[in-house]
Design a protein around this ligand. Sequence first.
Ligand SMILES: Cc1ncc(COP(=O)(O)O)c(C=O)c1O
Length: 379
Amino acid sequence: MAATVDINDLPTPALILDLDAFEQNIAKMAQYCKQVGSGFRPHGKTHKSAWIARQQLNAGAVGISVATVAEAEAMAQAGIESILLTSPVVGPEKLDRLINLSGKVPEFIAAVGSKLQAERLSDLAGRRGVTVNVLVDVDVGDGRTGELPGQPALQLAQNVDRLPSLRLRGIQAYSGLSSHVVGFEARKRTSLEAMGKAAETREMFKSSGLDCSILSGGSTGTYNIDSEAGLVTELQVGSYVFMDVDYRRIGGKENPQLYDDFLPALNCLTTVVSAAHKGRVTVDAGVKALSSDAGCPPELVGRAGLSYKWFGDEFGLIEAEGDADLPKLGDRLRLIVPHCDPTVNMYDLIYLVRGERVEGAIRICARRGDQASGVELLA
Ligand SMILES: Cc1ncc(COP(=O)(O)O)c(C=O)c1O
């Protein structure tokens, strides 16, 4: 049997998952979806972990969403049987891998955002004797990927439907612009407007006799808007498993000050490595340990009156307000991560922690940097 490891024995900076909080998040989303009669297909881009995907499926998820072919491959290798690739893939190398997955995974679905992509996919799949399930990616306002709602999306769907090796299953519509709108009522207005375009497009598909049994979309910020309005058949919620500072500041339906529907389960454990200056100490977690893209610093867990300031690649600064006690040299602190997805992508492992005890670790899969076939790895 493995020896019991105390959280204080971990090398820092370390990414740790508070299992009590995580289990509550998993159960809460599952119960909510059951109660409102919505499916959910959590987004694996948040955690990049087959172990977490399995917990979500055990709680009732209909399948897993992924953002990259490499994530899909990792989930498939772990035996996940229903996978939706939400990003359009156009290049030949990735299309080839996508078709491999379609041939292996019992239900593999690809988002398709253009006629060119659809034609390439069908052509390659046909040569391999595979049929690929497809959702038409509808751009509901982000301007990121996909075809415009209404007639352009309908036309793409009709093209998909005519191609011999594709099987149309419905629509994917993600409104990233809605997910982090501050204030529940403002978020609701934005999301209903965006997702309403997807719902109207779905009606057009149906009137034209096209299969549109799936409408996949939504986010942690809008889960209780899109589902209650009956706008999606499955929610692509990602961040709810971990939460982060960027989400906590948007405000919730019940608590306008703090979005606390889900608990901040993912923390960065850091150590005070210098206390030479009055009024502040230095910790060993900087921008290489915590993604800073969200524009907000991490927050300390259970240490009111202390705040974090960015202090370069390797370090952060902890300052005390009022008469709050500064931590001492060697002390360990837990930080709520500013933005969970890109922070996870910086690590190889997440430690699973209950209280002060480390119960195990999980591997983060499919971080960027796939080796292209034919290119020699020199070191
Ligand atoms: C296509 C897609 N669906 C769903 C999500 C999940 O969003 P969230 O983490 O806000 O729940 C994302 C996040 O970026 C996404 O890109």
